[in-house]
Design a protein around this ligand. Sequence first.
Ligand SMILES: Cc1ncc(COP(=O)(O)O)c(C=O)c1O
Length: 467
Amino acid sequence: MQEQRETPLWSAVAKHRAQSLYPYHVPAHKAGRGLLPSFAAHMAEFDLTELPGLDNLAAPDGPLADAEALAATFVGADATYFTTNGSTAGILASVLAVAPPGSTIILPETAHQSFHSACVLGDLSPVFLPVELYPELALPMGYTLSSLRKSLAECRPSLVVATTPTYHGVCSDSAAIKAVCREHGVPLLVDEAHGTHLLVSDTQVQSAVRSGADLVVQSMHKTGGALTGAAWVHCFNPHFREPLKRALRLVQSTSPSYLLLTSLDLARRTLAIEGAARFCSSRGHADKLRALLPAVSFPRDWQQDPLRIVIDARYFDMSGFALQQIMLAYGLSPEMADAYTVTLVIGLFESAEGLPRAAALARDLPRTTVIPKAQLVPYLSGGRLQMLTPRQAYFSQSIRVPLARARGEICAEPLVPYPPGVPLLWPGQRIEHEDISYLQALLAAGGNCIGVSPTGQILVIAGEDCE
Ligand SMILES: Cc1ncc(COP(=O)(O)O)c(C=O)c1O
């Protein structure tokens, strides 16, 4: 009974709050700065449900329908649908709405894990396009148009997916991708989970909503100023409207949070009215940070999200994981770290508070001039052997084996270095020696991988050693 007095999560979040770290991470309302004060102050009272006059997300015809219509007008979509289960629900619904069971979909090999779930649910076969790696830092970029053209000529997919921006802020040209898709009559879904703020960009780097894509999914909670979990799907192809609505009902809770829904409505208004001015001032904040810290510039073929900063930890002669710890000690809370970099999310509601802390860090940390090239290079899945479809793998018998002895086995559960939440291996794929070495080195360097147990075991298909 005594232990029932414990509240481990409450204790952890309270402790985190007490540290007063400056949040260079999502959600981009930045600890409430971007929320309407009268909403933020009365959250408990706004935690409502489908009461008279408050509409119903499953079949909206009142204020929710009006809020979605205003959002659609803002982005120029045929229709916009709110979700309270993040872009994950938007992606699941979009894929299920467009791709018939048994069909093939083209994905970047760095597609988010929600696409795996969509393949399991929709019985779809993924074809992965290799993405380019920025060699200095082994950072995944996007796929090339020529690899897309080649793949479209080889398979007859029901859907092409582009992920832009990536977690690290690498942007692809979604209009050019759409032009290639159009040549082949294949719809395009853009996973723009990280790019809501680009709706109000005053730079050349623009949101995919203007690219001609058929569907665009955005996590409003990441960079749009809404509460965590709030996202929306923009539909630009009237043909997909009804299937998308049905699919959203399939994957969403019947009790969507009114806090999240209300925050979507409010954040849309803020973006529409003050977004462009805020974007411009946040660029100023980002530029000041870039001047203080060794920020990465991506190769010229790739555009860079102006509000995402990737710090190259090699200049401090340490790993990204180690630099993240030091930043925390300086009162700065980054979005994520990997072996070589630390990523900061600059939102539309920054205060100047983070800058002196970053200046102190830059002043105190000695820099090196000998910059080693990245050794820890992920073996991505573009050329992998897909022995079973994700659905076959999901429903197969599986067993746990030590990662070290998994070579030649078929993966049964996504192996997902987190962050960024991009599967290194999908279920149904053969595990190669290079995967094992990479994961072992990543874990040894301080990284995490969902799917590897604390005792170093992974789930593989029983009786399917392909050696
Ligand atoms: C590229 C990408 N797509 C989709 C998602 C899923 O978004 P959400 O967390 O809103 O469900 C994420 C989450 O981090 C992501 O990084």
